[in-house]
Design a protein around this ligand. Structure first.
Ligand code: COA
Length: 260
């Protein structure tokens, strides 16, 4: 079976690139979801990689689920596909590494849903983002109804999901869907630069991510208990000793971290 997702690891910088690579538009099928899940499983135990960039092609980040699969789908098939998609997206979201989607071209439907599962998204000035599922008579099944509402607010999520309209990079930026807009030929390099910055950061970045993710769905009093545990865990890292010592000797922001 030929691969439809490429993984490039660079242990020198601590950054991995996960590249969707299926046909003209990176239409997402079960095989792509399986490969993404297996890559997430391997990255979850990869101590050399501390940040990852999820990307696609130069014209299509990904145009969504493979619509050619749909004519034969009955309810059970649709349910299985949506569950598999959501498991894959949760796998991406739960990665210990800091993750950034680099979006060129179209990120539609499931393409946007994969990107919504990463920590950050940066996009080309001519990128188009949206969830056009209603235009097919269906709804998003890979988490967009939930993650869009959490990232961009309920009203924006309803607007995008009910209308199916695609928005440009500037509108996506103004609505918190993405963090930055770059020229199309700079998106990948900028995302990698951003990832390298995180990869050079302290081990506590993974604890910070775990605190944000695990507390998000809980009542505040329970969420801050988790934060306290992870705060305490940070004091067991080498980087805590390095960061504190460096501040006391040289002032803020000068520490060189090890990731341990
Ligand atoms: N699944 C399967 N095939 C798809 C696809 C998808 N999600 N999106 C595009 N394709 C196919 C097209 O059918 C076309 O196939 P062909 O060359 O055999 O005719 C090819 O990819 C190129 O698409 P085309 O529309 O000609 O390219 P474009 O660059 O002008 O437009 C899109 C790209 C992404 C804007 C447009 O194809 C589109 O709207 N796709 C559907 C997006 C969608 O509804 N996603 C949600 C799925 S649940």
């Amino acid at each position: 079976m030929s691969s439809v997702v490429q993984l490039e690891r660079d242990p020198e910088t601590g950054v991995a690139i996960i590249r969707l690579d299926r046909g003209k538009v990176n239409a997402i099928n079960e095989a792509m979801l399986e490969e993404l899940t297996s890559i997430c499983n391997s990255l979850a135990d990869d101590r050399e990689i501390r940040a990852a960039v999820l990307t696609g092609g130069s014209r299509h980040f990904a145009a969504g689920a493979d619509i050619e699969r749909f004519p034969t789908f009955d309810r059970d098939d649709a349910l299985a596909f949506s569950r598999q998609f959501n498991d894959t997206a949760l796998g991406i979201e739960g990665l210990p590494q800091i993750t950034i989607s680099a979006i060129n071209g179209y990120a539609l439907g499931g393409g946007l849903e994969l990107a919504l599962a990463t920590d950050f998204r940066v996009a080309a000035s001519d990128a188009q983002l949206g969830n056009p599922e209603v235009l097919l008579g269906i709804i998003p099944g890979g988490g967009a109804t939930q993650r869009l509402a959490r990232l961009a607010g309920v009203t924006m999520a309803k607007d995008l999901v009910y209308s199916g309209r695609a928005i440009g990079a500037e509108e996506a930026l103004a609505n918190n869907l993405i963090s930055a807009v770059f020229e199309p030929d700079e998106v990948q390099a900028e995302a990698v630069k951003m990832a390298e910055g995180y990869a050079a950061g302290p081990a506590s970045l993974q604890l910070a991510k775990a605190a944000v993710l695990s507390g998000y769905h809980l009542p505040l009093d329970e969420a801050v208990k988790i934060e306290s545990e992870l705060f305490a865990d940070a004091f067991n890292t080498e980087d805590c000793a390095i960061g504190v010592q460096s501040f006391l000797e040289n002032g803020p922001g000068k520490a060189s971290f090890t990731g341990r």
